[in-house]
Design a protein around this ligand. Structure first.
Ligand SMILES: *Cc1c(COP(=O)(O)O)cnc(C)c1O
Length: 232
């Protein structure tokens, strides 16, 4: 039934590799997160059988249902907005959280990571487009407060930044968003004298542009699994 997944996955991996090479980067510099939100365990298993190991979900509830039903060598990435009251579950279920957007959330994550004695990799989500509706940190002081909260924690491993380009943006606007995230990463890395290797940016419709601007993680759902059905 879902025999489209393995070929689509292979096609996307090919496109990621050629985008990386075109930008003078190595294939392995860009890792694919297969965004499996709304898709069943059977679809995820098909991608897993084809060799995919990094998967992204945007809801803790879905992670809770899927993680125990799937192989334990999957590296789960939480990519959607996280509420503080779900941070204990998020810490237990995911190894990366891409969508951290406040110092308050970080304090909750720190407490639960310490309680679980589990180091968790964190990306800060920035709203670099200035779009009102977008989640993510935009104010300088909020970003700095979040970074300092991260650096004070032994259990939160600050690895880089994440963003989403506005859905309606054209190619040049999207590239501007991606290059701004890279510049922001470089600036934070210099100010705080820390390595921030990861840039999580690029989805089904714009991953090649994100790779050209330095993406290390691309988050791709539709182009692998198909169109999402939110009706059930
Ligand atoms: C759903 C989602 C994606 C994947 O989007 P596609 O257009 O289906 O590739 C990427 N990032 C985030 C944060 C998402 O919620």
């Amino acid at each position: 039934m879902s025999s489209h997944i393995a070929p689509q996955l292979a096609e996307i991996i090919g496109k990621i590799e050629s985008a990386a090479e075109k930008s003078g980067r190595k294939r392995g510099d860009v890792r694919l997160i297969a965004v499996s939100k709304t898709f069943p365990v059977s679809d995820i298993l098909e991608a897993w059988n084809a060799g995919q190991r990094l998967f992204g979900e945007n809801k803790v509830q879905e992670l809770e249902n899927k993680v125990p039903a799937l192989p334990s060598d999957i590296d789960w990435h939480l990519i959607g907005h996280l509420q503080s009251n779900k941070s204990a579950k998020a810490v237990n279920l995911a190894s990366w959280i891409h969508s951290v957007d406040s110092a308050k959330l970080l304090r909750h994550l720190q407490r639960h990571a310490e309680a679980a004695q589990k180091k968790i990799k964190i990306l800060l989500e920035l709203n670099v487009s200035g779009e009102e509706s977008k989640e993510g940190l935009s104010e300088e002081k909020d970003i700095n407060e979040a970074v300092e909260t991260l650096l004070a924690s032994q259990w939160l491993d600050f690895r880089g930044l994440m963003t989403m380009a506005p859905l309606a943006a054209g190619e040049s606007e999207r590239r501007a968003v991606f290059s701004k995230l890279r510049e922001k990463r470089d600036a934070l890395s210099q100010t705080y004298k820390i390595a921030l290797p990861e840039l999580s940016m690029g989805m089904s419709n714009d991953f090649a542009e994100a790779i050209a601007e330095g993406a290390t993680f691309v988050r791709i759902g539709t182009a692998i699994f198909g169109k999402r059905d939110y009706s059930n």
